[in-house]
Design a binder for this molecule. Sequence first.
Ligand code: NAD
Length: 477
Amino acid sequence: MEPANKKFDVLVIGGGPGGYVAAIRCAQLGLATACIEGWLNEAGKPALGGTCLNVGCIPSKALLDSSHHFAFIKHEAAEHGINAPGATMDVNRLIARKSKIVQALTLGVAGLLRKNKVEWLQGFGKLLADRQVEVTPVTPESGAAYTVSATHIIIATGSVPVRIPPAPVDNELIVDSTGALAFTEVPRRLGIVGAGVIGLELGSVWNRLGAKVVVLEALTEFLPSADCQIAAEAEKILRKQGLDIKLGSKVTGTASNNREVTVNFDSPEGKQQLTLDKLIVAVGRRPNTARLGTDAGLKLDERGFVDVDDECRTNLPGVFAIGDVVRGPMLAHKAMEEGVAVAERIAGKHGHMNYTNIPWVIYTWPEIAWAGRTEQELKSAGTEYRSGAFPFAASGRAKAMGESGGMVKILSDSGTDRILGVHILGPNASELIAEAVLAMEFEGSAEDIALTIHAHPTLSEAMHEAALGVDQRSLHF
Ligand code: NAD
């Protein structure tokens, strides 16, 4: 049957991590589900996976991994006795490898939807009254717009990069995070506006490949949402790697000819100017509601996010919204978890979502990862806490790997010892943080981690030692 006029139990608008996961869970729970997604990939073909798989988390990690290997060969291999002089980077192959990974994973999501009998409606969804959705196909050959309806709708339309008037993206010299994943050569002089997650990750990629990277950050504090001790240490290491991070620097204007771009910015030293080969604008993302339309009367909040309650319900009966398009951190794993929770609620079950234990990861090297409260947050809230830290310089495994920068830091309640926050700067911090999140989800104490046997020699011993440190009894530091 043609999808036109079809009625589903659930219609999910958006096929990114929030949307496709919600659709799969709905289908697993026996609900007739369709997922509306109109993304076109580099080859102009419809693709699932949204920003994360196509132009976000996954392709950036592919480039981060490749560039990490390159930097190792260039700067560290000799120390290991590996002689690889004259190693060069073939940027076209680097980008082709990334594209292959993206293609495999997005096709994988299409396979998952098929396997779970989720219908993929290839187009953009506009929300109409009474839980009807108009689907406009993405390719002209797919025919005219049609309308479908559902008992429940889940909006998962994600986010788009914020644009700033002084640095308009032209996709040639001035690019956003999408353009920065597709450079055909290493820019000699690269500027990045914004020392946030995206700026630091993409800055790391191109810095490792040989670009001279300048990061212009409007705030005077580096990574203010991270624990201040970790942020200070990370800043030192990243500067040493070559990132020229200019804090308190606000871009006021740009001028491009067809070869280079000149950037003007206000800095603590006064008005300054830089001439660059490329400029990446990474100043945040905003909710993507443009194509949803206004016909249904969906309420947005004052910042443009779809307004939802604690259970992701919008002001419209039967209509939910999840992921980047609603309040909370713009993280794929938060979106996925909300998607599952909403699917469960629609099926009449309990949807579980704990917003206090969402891990954060910044994939620089060393990686930065944390969960829970920072030391500065605890201080300003007047919470009595104890702190234990363990540097990777004292970890046998980290030393053997040649990775001695950074630390694990655990903050626990002075009275109950319950873990309030865990902060890691170090190798594989993205993986190590999972132990902390699990302990916190179980409402565990620092002592619980201290009493848990960690394999030797592993990086995870740093977590064990930091937990011992909370009680002033680290063994190796
Ligand atoms: P961000 O909010 O992390 O950082 C943007 C930075 O730009 C801020 O520090 C801000 O002060 C600065 N800025 C804003 N305007 C400026 C100006 N005019 N001049 C100079 N600096 C300016 O945003 P992002 O890095 O673009 O990332 C967007 C979203 O995507 C974030 O919410 C992030 O959580 C998510 N994301 C997460 C990951 C991850 O989890 N590893 C990776 C990529 C993106």
